[in-house]
Design a protein around this ligand. Sequence first.
Ligand SMILES: [Zn+2]
Ligand SMILES: [Zn+2]
Length: 148
Amino acid sequence: MARGECNCGGVQFQIDAELSAVIICHCSICRRSTGSNGIAVLVVANEQFRWLGGQEQIGQEQIGQEQIGQEQIAMWKKPGTEWETWFCRVCGSRVPGVNDPARMFVPAGCITQGDDALRVTHHIWVGSKAVWDEIGDAGKQHPEKFGG
Ligand SMILES: [Zn+2]
Ligand SMILES: [Zn+2]
């Protein structure tokens, strides 16, 4: 079991699974979005994911199988791409969002409990990483997306 939250605490969630695998995306879109070398995420099944805070406040928008508070969480999709990001409207923290119809992605940095076993298992879009970004762990490196 793991828990996480954004910096202001308005968005909170729980994951009912033992977490281990972290994927880091080094693509230029993620880099601009975070201002860093990319973003580290976990992917979990919808039924393992539960919002703990905010969702009753407002929104009826379906994200995964859960309803979330639209006033607290904003989504932005980059025009002309499939790239989407979810973030807290109050503090700007990156928060979980839809990976695909069956799974959520969870930014690894907002996990506050249950992260002891986390290790980087995959790096994606390594072929376009920043020149100053040196990968120092044992995660498998993919030039583009998985299988790319
Ligand atoms: Zn927040
Ligand atoms: Zn990316």
